[in-house]
Design a protein around this ligand. Structure first.
Ligand code: NAD
Length: 332
């Protein structure tokens, strides 16, 4: 059930995490979930529970089994969880803006959905690794943020994530269920859903098209951008840690201003797009930065992908996936 040197990841390097296990990835057709499935399928039986509301079945490796269903439905969740050893719970209503428009739905999917997953996992005695979020901290009082920072989420999304995060930890205290909450910071990488307006995708699209790169406000806001491969690794480590019933920040510990991000994107794409400034977004968080020392010490987590390398690789992958207009020319 634990990682070994025979356990090779996509890059051929050894990876931690389960082997010969049955794992469930909720939201496995989405951005993080599909990368997790890729890391797991070679050595495990992988099941995906996804309602395909935003996820794409083509992104799920063919060796995995897709159960199309909703985490809001307890019977579906129970069925999908039958016989599993580990659940990686990624499904959620992910868009902050959508959560503001539909707070009841946000709560039902992200908080209640997590409760159904935890309840089903308890019946199976399966470990649960939960996708929590830096949104639980709201506007942090200071950065870098440790796990003990006051929790003051500013959106229904953040409130629902905090509820999910706390339910996961309380299921450990109350029922002895092995749970780990991973509080992801700003993730980027291939197959990120562009509809959520993730700043990395927006800037890459603008730079690639030669359009101006639009920085909201003066660009001095800071974020902690973590590559999806590092997030997958944190999940695999969480699946086998002895430190259950705990929450961990998952970021890089590196602070990047949005202005620096725009410049890095320009370099990575070899673009001469101008960087322009628009009105600041109301309520935007000024500074977000993970203190990852707890994950380092207790999980053995080490972020490995620099922003420059991650963005350059992402630009190449996106360019390779986009058909060359010349290839579509006809001779008619
Ligand atoms: P994503 O939207 O790409 O993936 C979410 C998946 O969940 C999708 O495949 C979607 O179809 C599925 N889903 C949504 N509602 C569902 C429901 N009711 N039942 C079953 N499946 C459902 O999002 P992502 O970026 O991969 O995020 C994964 C997790 O990480 C989420 O829990 C998100 O809140 C959390 N997170 C992401 C980031 C980030 O930067 N991407 C940051 C912090 C936390």
């Amino acid at each position: 059930m634990t990682g070994s040197d025979d356990n090779l990841g996509r890059d051929g390097a050894s990876r931690p995490g389960p082997t010969d296990a049955t794992v469930l990835v909720t939201g496995g057709a989405g951005f993080v979930g599909s990368h997790l499935c890729e890391a797991l399928v070679a050595d495990n039986e992988v099941r995906v529970l996804d309602d395909l509301s935003s996820g794409c079945p083509a992104d799920v490796p063919p060796e995995a089994t897709i159960v199309e269903g909703d985490v809001r439905d307890p019977a579906t969740v129970r069925e999908a969880t039958a016989g599993v050893d580990v659940v990686f719970h990624e499904a959620a209503l992910v868009s902050v803006a959508e959560s503001v428009e539909k707070p009841l739905e946000s709560d039902a999917v992200t908080s209640d959905g997590t409760l159904h997953v935890l309840d089903a996992a308890r019946r199976e005695d399966a470990r649960v690794v939960l996708a929590s979020s830096a949104a639980v901290y709201g506007h942090p009082e200071s950065v870098p943020v440790t796990e003990d920072e006051p929790k003051a989420p500013t959106s229904p999304y953040g409130v629902a994530k905090l509820s999910a995060d706390q339910y996961a930890l309380r299921f450990n205290d109350l029922y002895g269920l092995e749970t780990v909450s991973l509080r992801y910071f700003n993730i980027y990488g291939p197959r990120q859903n562009p509809e959520y307006g993730a700043v990395v995708s927006v800037f890459l699209d603008q730079a690639t098209a030669g359009d101006p790169i639009t920085v909201e406000g003066d660009g001095s806001q800071t974020r902690d951008f973590v590559h999806v491969d590092d997030v997958v690794r944190a999940n695999l480590l969480a699946a086998e840690t002895d430190h259950v019933g705990e929450a961990f920040n998952v970021g890089t510990g590196e602070s990047v201003t949005i202005r620096e991000l725009a410049e890095t994107v320009r370099r990575a794409t070899d673009s001469d797009s101008d960087v322009v400034h628009t009105d600041p977004r109301p309520g935007d968080i000024d500074h977000s930065l993970a203190d990852v020392s707890k994950a380092r010490e207790r999980l053995g987590f080490e972020p490995t992908v620099s922003l420059e390398d991650g963005l350059t690789a992402l630009h190449r992958e996106r360019a390779a996936a986009t058909p060359d207009p010349g290839d579509q020319a006809t001779t008619d």
